[in-house]
Ligand binder design. Structure first.
Ligand code: AMP
Length: 283
């Protein structure tokens, strides 16, 4: 695998591949790679000739009191893992390469409404940072396909929407959630979970699953179901941020006649914020 630190270096090599008719797949990440990330690389390899991964811990999407400075950075082991997956190129830019004019005056991409709810409500400005960096990365890599995990469901929905709204010539592919043996969704932030809490964090997935079963069984009292799920999470000692039964595409609260529903949840442990989601079809 070849590593590029500059936009120009990566562009030059990708131009050659594009000109010879090769299809380019792209997997953007913030590094500290786990099996969930590697599954995206595998998926990209299946339908593309060339696979590009990026690792960039994007300061623009972190709030002032968030974990940008302590986010796990594991460059050497990430490179080994990408090599093993036969990833072709890694884009690993410095902050100054991505934001040469600084963060404050950086032009931004805004995807309204969808980004004000759920994680966007608790993390103001987060999705503006995501849509801005992803559109920059799309402009740098110009991939045919970009692969994103369903684990970050709202992020995926926002990126699909941005791509559609801005007519970006990239196909957005979604990849299933990779989980630990007890059901916890894999995440770079799982390393923040302390030992006492670790056996209990599966409650987030369990609470969402219970809602899915209740809806399938015909219970459409969504507000009540959401409240009960939050209580269940709090009974394990965690702080529920939100549990929301949403329309899968718009992320607005689901209507009782919606057929495609996504149940999303977020909770705080002592030192981590965890998210998860489950989708159900009612037809
Ligand atoms: P991150 O490095 O956390 O920004 O994630 C990079 C990409 O990997 C995003 O598209 C995530 O949705 C995806 N991803 C992270 N965790 C998982 C997981 N457990 N299963 C599948 N995809 C994941």
């Amino acid at each position: 695998m070849q590593v590029f630190h500059t936009v120009n270096g990566l562009r030059e090599i990708l131009r050659k591949h594009r000109n010879s008719g090769q299809k380019i797949g792209f997997v953007p990440t913030m590094g500290n790679l786990h099996d969930g990330h590697l599954a995206l690389i595998k998926q990209a390899k299946q339908t593309n000739d060339i696979v590009v991964c990026s690792i960039f811990v994007n300061a623009l999407q972190f709030g002032l009191n968030e974990d940008w400075d302590k986010y796990p950075r594991t460059y050497d082991s990430d490179c080994e893992k990408l090599d093993q997956e036969d990833c072709d190129y890694l884009f690993y830019p410095e902050d100054s390469e991505m934001y040469p004019n600084g963060l404050d005056t950086q032009s931004r991409v805004i995807c309204p409404t969808m980004t004000d709810v759920l994680c966007g409500a608790s993390r103001p400005g987060h999705f503006e940072g995501v849509t801005t960096v992803v559109s920059k990365l799309f402009n740098i890599v110009q991939p045919d396909e970009a692969i994103f995990g369903i684990k970050d469901y709202q992020q995926l929905a926002v990126i699909k929407r941005m791509t559609e709204d801005l007519c970006l010539p990239v196909k957005i592919i979604s990849a299933p959630i990779h989980r630990e043996a007890d059901g916890l969704a894999m995440s770079s932030r799982n390393s923040y979970i302390n030992e006492d809490e670790r056996p209990k964090v599966k409650v987030l997935k369990q609470a969402l699953e219970l809602i899915a079963e209740q809806i399938k069984a015909g219970d459409l009292e969504f507000t009540q179901l959401e409240m009960e799920a939050k209580k269940r999470i709090e009974s394990e000692g965690f702080k529920a941020d939100y549990v929301t039964i949403s329309n899968r595409k718009t992320l607005e609260p689901a209507a009782v006649d919606d057929r495609e529903i996504t149940i999303l949840g977020a909770m705080y442990t002592a030192s981590a914020r965890l998210i998860d989601n489950i989708s159900i079809n009612l037809d």
